[in-house]
Design a protein. Structure first.
Length: 142
């Protein structure tokens, strides 16, 4: 068994730009979380102000939108198992190992929006998140 975890315990991040403030530029890329957590008469305690197209007045740097970008990510977990000799000798094998591996299996983060906490930096440039990858295999020795 092999486990590799990575994380940061304390990190602040102030997001800006269209990924975090989509109404300030265009509506075509608005995220659902932005609309459902925006101010309205029925939602007066919302996280975001009322969305107004091309309005940037609420985008000044302020602590309300300062994000906690600390995270813990399971980068890799691998499990391998050597098959018992009594099972593999019938197939004329001297050794057989079965393994399974997963990369970027899960993460814990409080960051809001479409940001990968490991890549979020600077003015909030959004990078593509890491892909989850699963693999399995068999190693046979004759």
């Amino acid at each position: 068994m092999n486990i590799f975890m990575q994380g940061v315990g304390k990190r602040d991040f102030w997001p800006s730009g269209q990924p975090f403030w989509p109404a300030a530029t265009e509506y075509y890329n608005t995220q659902k979380w932005f609309i459902t957590d925006s101010w309205s008469e029925s939602n007066p305690n919302a996280y975001f102000p009322r969305p107004i197209a091309k309005d940037t007045r609420n985008q000044e740097k302020q602590t309300r939108y300062l994000q906690d970008a600390s995270y813990l990510r399971m980068k890799n977990i691998s499990l391998g198992w050597n098959l018992p000799q009594e099972w593999i000798k019938k197939a004329f094998l001297s050794q057989a190992t079965v393994y399974v591996s997963a990369e970027n299996l899960f993460e814990f983060s409080k960051i809001k929006g479409p940001y990968d906490p490991e890549a979020a930096r600077g003015n909030g440039s959004m990078l593509y998140p890491f892909m989850r990858t699963y693999s399995f295999g068999v190693n046979l020795t004759f």
